[in-house]
Structure formats: structure tokens, C-alpha cells
Design a protein around this ligand. Structure first.
Ligand code: ADP
Length: 262
């Protein structure tokens, strides 16, 4: 009643998505994209219908992580089909739309806002159990637009590493979500402990537990720890799905555990 037609379309699309999950981190390089991709895969492996949306406009890394660099979404005049990764996991990223991976995307706030809204409004996500959105680090335009487009029903997952400096950044992400009125599903501590390449056991060579301590202090759920695993780097570089190829590894099991409460 009186709403703009494009906004009505967003409402309609969102009405078909049961859970909207937005993955945030206080700073770059903590493994947010890796965690987003693996959370989406773990949910898909659990039999859910899952969409994975990459709104990292300046550095979209989801296509590479899933070995979908050459994929192109099917584009119709009034909508776009997301790229299928498996029978129940679909992906959309600006990386699919820019001509080559070396192209720098120079966009200002309002253009980013338009693109993110378009990714929700014009992509035929269909009926999904989960839409997992990978945001660039920090609390800038993209996470703000993503959370505002999804509204208060979007739940945040915050990724950190165990080091104190990353933990400080998490406080900002927690405050950001609280100011916007978005519930926080919990904190994931990534690169927590090290998977020995020969014996495959997880060793705590650096401090771990910083994320858990912070979660407790800030009254946020702790979703779990993902170890530092050379196989995660290899799977990211080569685009193979660790969740599929090494489904019983300590790291894959850690991702499965992280999605249990989600
Ligand atoms: P972000 O999205 O936070 O910038 P990425 O997901 O791109 O971070 O990860 C940054 C780098 O760290 C990548 O090379 C990735 O393979 C590596 N990485 C992420 N998580 C892990 C992990 N658990 N073990 C080992 N390497 C990891």
C-alpha cells in the first residue's frame, strides 16, 4: 500500500528466505570469506536450501574460493539467476559481473547501496532456508546497506582471530549490530590452533580463546573455533570444497559444529 514497487519486490524476495545471515568482521584477513563459504557449504550439506551472496564489492573472493571464477549468472531483462554451485547451493557475487578479476571497482556509497539492493531484489533466489551474506570487513557502506536491506530479521555472525588486536575490532562489530537492532547469532574464532599437516591433530600454538572470552564479556553466543589448517589455504587457492573433499577432517567437523546452533 503506497510502497515503491522495487521495495515491494525486496519484501517479496525476503519473504521467501527463512534465515538471513550476515557475516561480518572487524578487519580484513581474519578469514571472513572462508568462513562464509564454509558455513554455506556446511548448511547445504545438512540438506538446507542455501544462497551465498558476496557483497564485497572491492574484493569479491567467493568466486575464487568456490572455483567459480569463470561462471556467469544467467541474466534476463527483469531478473538474474544465481550461479548454481551444487543442487542446493546458489551463489551471487559482483565478481561474476566484472569483465576480469584485475578490474578495480571504483564505486561510491550510493552506487554500492544500489548494487546490494539489486542483488536482493533482482536475483531469483527462490525459496531458501538460508541466505549467507559475506560483507567486506569493518562497519562501512556494504555491511550497513546489507543489514538495512534485510532489516532487523537479519542475524549477524562475527568472525575474529584469537589475537587481542582482532578482538578489539570485534567490539566495534558487536556495537554496530546492536545500534542497528540486528541480533547477533554469535562469534566464530577462526585460525584458532593449528592442524599439524602430518599427524592432523590440532595444536594450540598461539593464544586461543580470545573470541570466546570476548563473547562472554559482551553477552554474545560463542559459535566455535576453526583451526588454522594449511588445507583451508589450499582449498581456497585451488577452489576445491574442503567440506566435501575432506568431510571428516578436524576443520570440516569444526565448521559443521559452528552451524549447529544456526
Ligand atoms: P577475509 O575475508 O577476512 O579477508 P579470507 O577468507 O580471504 O579473509 O582469508 C584470508 C586468508 O587466510 C586466505 O588466504 C585464507 O585461505 C586464509 N585462511 C582463512 N581461514 C583459514 C584457516 N582456518 N586456516 C588457514 N588459513 C585460513
Amino acid at each position: 500500500c503506497g510502497g515503491k514497487p522495487e521495495d515491494e519486490r525486496i519484501v517479496k524476495t525476503l519473504g521467501r528466505i527463512k534465515h538471513k545471515i550476515v557475516v561480518l568482521s572487524g578487519k580484513g584477513g581474519v578469514g571472513k570469506s572462508t568462513v562464509s563459504a564454509n558455513i554455506a557449504m556446511a548448511l547445504a550439506q545438512a540438506g538446507k536450501q542455501v544462497g551465498l551472496l558476496d557483497v564485497d564489492i572491492h574484493g569479491p573472493s567467493i568466486p575464487r574460493l568456490l572455483s567459480l571464477q569463470d561462471a556467469k549468472p544467467h541474466i534476463e531483462p527483469d531478473h538474474m539467476e544465481p550461479v548454481p554451485y551444487s543442487k542446493n547451493l546458489w551463489v551471487m557475487s559482483l565478481g561474476f559481473l566484472i569483465p576480469d578479476k584485475d578490474t578495480a571497482v571504483i564505486w561510491r556509497g550510493p552506487m554500492k547501496l544500489g548494487l546490494i539492493k539489486q542483488f536482493v531484489r533482482d536475483v531469483s533466489w527462490g525459496d531458501l532456508d538460508y541466505l549467507v551474506t559475506d560483507c567486506p570487513p569493518g562497519t562501512g557502506d556494504e555491511p550497513l546497506t546489507a543489514l538495512q536491506t534485510f532489516g532487523p530479521q537479519a542475524h549477524a555472525v562475527i568472525v575474529t582471530t584469537p589475537q587481542g588486536v582482532a578482538v578489539d575490532d570485534v567490539r566495534r562489530s558487536v556495537t554496530f549490530c546492536r545500534q542497528l537492532g540486528n541480533p547477533i547469532l554469535g562469534i566464530v574464532e577462526n585460525m584458532s590452533g593449528f592442524v599439524c599437516p602430518s599427524c592432523k591433530a590440532v595444536h594450540n600454538i598461539f593464544n586461543s580463546g580470545g573470541g570466546e572470552a570476548l563473547a562472554k564479556e559482551m553477552g554474545v553466543n560463542f559459535l566455535g573455533r576453526i583451526p588454522m589448517d594449511p588445507e583451508v589455504v589450499r582449498s581456497g587457492d585451488e577452489g576445491f570444497a574442503l567440506m566435501k573433499v575432506q568431510a571428516e577432517s578436524a576443520t570440516a567437523l569444526a565448521f559443521k559444529k559452528v552451524v549447529e546452533p544456526i
